[in-house]
Design a protein around this ligand. Sequence first.
Ligand code: UD1
Ligand code: F6R
Length: 371
Amino acid sequence: NKGNYEHYMQKEIHEQPESLTTTMRGRLIRGGSCKAKTVLLGGLKDHLKTIRRSRRIVFVGCGTSYNAALAARPILEELSGVPVTMEIASDLVDRQGPIYREDTAVFVSQSGETADTLLAFEYALENGALCVGITNTVGSAIARHTHCGVHINAGAEIGVASTKAYTSQIVVMAMLALAIGGDAISSQARREAIIDGLFDLPNRVREVLKLDHEMKDLAKLLMAEQSLLVFGRGYNYATALEGALKVKEVALMHSEGMLAGEMKHGPLALVDENLPIIVIATRDTCFRLQTAVIQQLHARKGRLIVMCSKGDAASVSPGESCRVIEVPQVEDCLQPVVNIVPLQLLAYHLTVLKGYNVDQPRNLAKSVTTQ
Ligand code: UD1
Ligand code: F6R
């Protein structure tokens, strides 16, 4: 049921304040003034000790689910104290990459039925790793066969392009980082700030959704283009990959997400006055580096669209030709949840303007059950 919306993708983008609320329901505990703020993930509570003692946490997924894990990686590294590595499911299986008994392998999958992810899971299981699932689908293969896990509870996702599952996956993995991190005094203030940020997140997403018309205007400007680049780094490297994936899969437009730190190592050669480039430069420890990237792209006459925190438009914009997307600022590790929304809206509007099928892009299936 699409309700008042024309397409499922549109509905699922706009219902993110509600889906995020359901994802967090009953799992965040904010007591009175003297009571600690904590996270409770029922599916993991008996396994947290094992996860904390593991030698490594390996995230495994495909497409958007992989990108969600990539977005959560920095906060997991920070709070867990355990090294975190990333594997694209098919690549892990192709390489028969090393997985050990002392590893915790986390399988991220909206459908819980993706063939590549299931093969990687069977491989990790054979190698003796603790296998954790993060899935949206109760009763799916991943949910049933992993040792333990967390349901993201985002509600059914019908549009082939994953949107609300992505933001709920990131939130679950941020909660996972809090749960693994335990209650060390040294990180208490940071943990409380993240929990406050999580409580506030649905409202911030409601706020960023107001950019809908602005993103439609941007889509009109970009719809005739052949190609689009998205530069991000740090917490928002994943936002660049995921934004570009959305644009290519539904708007059928070539689009690449790139690590801004790699710009000078090749991609800079592509920059001219025609190729549109989105640079994500919201406030965090990478902000100064991103403003330098904007200056360098501007010096080469790059056609820039900058995403920045509210109030930063004047300080990030290198000139009148630069378009700016201002988004609400949230706790740094949660910023990817806010930042992806304008890019989801952009991909949606590009597709509708071009007259393509937004809910069922050509050649794609919602659940990829073959290799
Ligand atoms: C569970 C109930 C929820 C109830 C809540 C009350 C289910 C599906 N969830 O939620 O309805 O309101 O208790 O306390 O009945 N699991 C895996 N792999 C996965 C995902 C989950 O093994 O990929 C396992 C978990 O380890 C857990 C069970 O499935 O044993 C349910 O997980 P989850 O729904 O996340 O647990 P709760 O949030 O506690
Ligand atoms: C992108 C998309 C795909 C899926 C990928 C994994 O919008 O939908 O990239 O994310 O096929 O699917 P799940 O999460 O079901 O394992």
